[in-house]
Design a binder for this molecule. Sequence first.
Ligand SMILES: *Cc1c(COP(=O)(O)O)cnc(C)c1O
Length: 427
Amino acid sequence: MNIDKIYLESELSKKVMELGEKYTDELKDRFEVIDRTAEFNQMKVLRAMQAERVSDTHFNGSTGYGYNDAGREALEAVYARVFHTETALVRPQITCGTHALATALAANLRPGDEVLSPVGKPYDTLESVIGIVPAVGSLKEYGVSYRQVDLLPDGGFDLEGIKAAVNDKTKLVTIQRSKGYQTRPTLSVGRIGELISFIRGIKPEVKVMVDNCYGEFVEEIEPGDVGADMVVGSLIKNPGGGLVATGGYIAGSEECIERCAYRLLSPGLGKEVGATLGLTRSMFQGLFMAPVVTASALKGAIFAARIYEDLGFDVIPNGTESRHDIIQAVTLGSPERLIAFCKGIQAAAPVDSFVTPEPWAMPGYSSEVIMAAGAFVQGSSIELSADGPLKEPYAVYFQGGLTWYHAKYGILRSVEELYRRGLIDIR
Ligand SMILES: *Cc1c(COP(=O)(O)O)cnc(C)c1O
């Protein structure tokens, strides 16, 4: 078969290739479920674009102040429809997910207010934003306090703890959908909804922000469907569909988003300004592609889980549990395996396939880190990428894949690198 031939020519040995075929077959039914979700979300995005009468004049973009940018306004209206919120702020001026989250927080908190995370520690970069670790410009410096309630050991919500933590000062609750790089379970949108209802039962006027990074289009509903006041994410992850060069979004209530616009741009200016510089077309097109791209990444994550699980490694989530984000962790147990895994992912990339990733001391990390990314957009983690700190238990975090076929090849190539070095046994 031609496919066998091209795989053999692409440095996969027969045994690894057969392993790939075995799991591709085995996962057919699960992939069909993922495809149905993508099909639904494709319709959701399509209908939003049609309802907003998206037209090629919307792709022109603006310069300077960016007044009267019809494309920007249509794009934001499309996001609001897709995320089922009143409005949205979708901008290239939002640099990344952290910036979007920092904007949403700072915009909606005032000195004396308190932020509550009822789902444990937030994403690493938010520690500086909130001031959990000392940082110049943190919310803490502006007199905003922080409280955290950890999840119970079984991953459940600590309802008693949350009840005790909500107080007069509690203004905003932040809920992270994805586990990020922790080992807790990722929250389904349904569970986020239960948590929001519970908290509103204690304090109805509290604002709820959901960090939606890596979660977009994995399910048929989004946090806006279950009462979140702000839903926040990065355009170089799922909703950018791999096509967007830079940007972030905050979808939410008129009240919260207006404050976000004044914070991001300037008091008095708000949503009316912000040039789009010709980037709107990629933002529309990326959103249009996003359901299918997310499905590809999800298939890659499940495929990796199944293969590595059967090779004898601990994987989170495991190969059979339901998925609420696109991140896959594999505990490889040794630095040699971690490095070999990343080399395989890198060698499978469309960009920089010829470079060899090496561990390096990254600012902010307590040990060396190795990263593999051969991406069209710098740091884009909807593209096939892997990274892990060189310390026990030598876990690799793996995500992305703009197409399922590329994700599949990348994972098989990682297996190949381990196999060739005698670091795994294939039965
Ligand atoms: C990626 C991510 C962020 C931060 O996004 P950046 O674009 O890297 O700044 C925040 N929260 C979660 C859960 C993420 O996955």
